[in-house]
Design a protein around this ligand. Structure first.
Ligand SMILES: NC(=O)c1ccc[n+]([C@@H]2O[C@H](COP(=O)([O-])OP(=O)(O)OC[C@H]3O[C@@H](n4cnc5c(N)ncnc54)[C@H](OP(=O)(O)O)[C@@H]3O)[C@@H](O)[C@H]2O)c1
Length: 292
C-alpha cells in the first residue's frame, strides 16, 4: 500500500506560493495579512492558532491574533470582524472554531466578507463551489485534491465515496470531486449499511470524526483511502477514522494520520490568504487604471 504523505506535497507546492508572495510584496509594498479571531481558551484551538501564526510567519505572511474570553459578547466579536472587513490592510480573516455555545454558527459564517473568508465558511462560497464558479474554497478539501494530484491518483470517471457532510469538509469535498468528474456517494450518520456504499468506492474519503470507524469490510480491494479524521487515541498517540492496520494489504494507497491531510490544510490556508490578497490587489489596480 502506497502511503500518501502530505509533507512532500507541501514541499513541492511551497516554491510557487513563495514566488507569489514575493511578487505580491513587490507590487503592493506590503506583506499579505491574515487576522485570526480566537474566542475562549480551548487548548486544541490555541495550538491550531499558534501553528497557523508560525506557518504564516515562516512564509512571510503577516499574521495577527485577536483573542476574546469565552464569556465575550458576540456583538463585540462581530464588531471586530466588521472592522477587519473594512480594513484595507487585512486580506484574510479566520474565526477559529469551536466557538462558545452562545454563538450561532449559521450567523457567524456570514460575518466575514466572502472575499476575505480564507476558511470559506460563508454560504456564498459554498454555493460558488457547488456551481463550479471561482472563489475561495475550504482548505482541507483543497488539500485532499492536491494530495491526489501529487500522487497522480485519477479522479475523473471514478466512484468516490465521502463519509461525512460537514459544511467545511464533507460537502465541499463532494462538490470538488463532482467538479473533477467523479461520481460521488455521500454518507453521513443516518446512512444505513455504511459498508454497502463505502465498498463501492474507488476513492474513499473519511471525515466522520469517529475514531477507527472504517475497517476492512468498508474498503473495496485496490481502493485509495483518505483519512481526514484526527483524534487523540487512548494510547496518547494520534489516530484517524480508519483502522489502517486492517486495510494495509487491501487498499492500494492511503493517507496516514498524522502526516497525511493535516500538513496540507494549513498550507492551503496560506494559499487562500495569498489568493485573497492578490485578488484584492488586482481589483484595486484595475480600479485605479479605470479611474486614471
Ligand atoms: N486533518 C485536518 O486538517 C482536518 C481538518 C478538518 C477536520 N479534521 C477532522 O476530520 C473529522 C471530521 O471533521 P468535520 O469538521 O467534518 O466534523 P463534523 O462537523 O463533526 O462532521 C462529521 C460528519 O460525519 C458524519 N458522521 C458522524 N458519525 C458518523 C458515522 N458513524 N457514520 C457516518 N457518518 C458519520 C456526520 O453526519 P451528520 O451530518 O448526520 O451528523 C457529519 O456529517 C474530525 O475528526 C476532524 O478533527 C481534520
Amino acid at each position: 500500500m502506497l502511503i500518501l504523505a502530505g509533507k512532500p506535497v507541501v514541499e513541492s507546492l511551497a516554491p510557487a506560493l513563495e514566488q507569489q508572495i514575493s511578487a505580491f510584496k513587490k507590487a503592493s509594498g506590503r506583506s499579505p495579512r491574515l487576522d485570526v479571531v480566537l474566542v475562549g481558551d480551548d487548548p486544541a484551538s490555541q495550538i491550531y492558532v499558534r501553528n497557523k501564526h508560525r506557518e504564516a510567519t515562516r512564509l512571510g505572511i503577516s499574521s495577527q491574533v485577536h483573542s476574546f474570553p469565552s464569556s465575550a459578547d458576540r456583538l463585540d466579536v462581530r464588531a471586530l470582524v466588521e472592522r477587519l472587513n473594512r480594513d484595507d490592510g487585512v486580506d484574510g480573516i479566520l474565526i477559529q472554531r469551536p466557538l462558545p455555545r452562545s454563538f450561532s454558527l449559521s450567523e457567524v459564517s456570514q460575518w466575514v466578507l466572502p472575499s476575505k473568508d480564507v476558511d470559506a465558511f460563508h454560504p456564498e462560497l459554498l454555493g460558488r463551489l457547488a456551481l463550479g464558479f471561482p472563489g475561495l474554497a475550504p482548505c482541507t478539501p483543497q488539500g485532499i485534491l492536491a494530495l491526489l494530484a501529487h500522487y497522480k491518483v485519477e479522479v475523473a470517471g471514478k466512484v468516490a465515496c465521502v463519509v461525512g457532510r460537514s459544511p467545511i469538509v464533507g460537502k465541499p469535498l463532494s462538490y470538488m470531486l463532482l467538479n473533477a468528474n467523479a461520481s460521488v456517494i455521500q454518507c453521513h450518520s443516518r446512512t444505513g449499511k455504511l459498508e454497502s456504499l463505502t465498498s463501492q468506492a474507488d476513492l474513499l474519503f473519511v471525515a466522520a470524526g469517529v475514531p477507527r470507524l472504517i475497517g476492512r469490510q468498508h474498503v473495496r480491494p485496490g481502493a485509495v483511502v483518505i483519512d481526514v479524521g484526527i483524534h487523540r487515541m487512548p494510547d496518547g498517540g494520534l489516530g484517524g477514522d480508519v483502522r489502517m492496520d486492517e486495510i494495509s494489504d487491501l487498499a492500494s494507497a492511503a493517507s496516514p494520520v498524522p502526516g497525511g491531510v493535516g500538513p496540507l490544510t494549513i498550507f492551503m490556508l496560506m494559499r487562500n490568504v495569498v489568493a485573497a490578497a492578490q485578488a484584492r490587489l488586482d481589483t484595486a489596480t484595475g480600479a485605479s487604471v479605470r479611474h486614471s
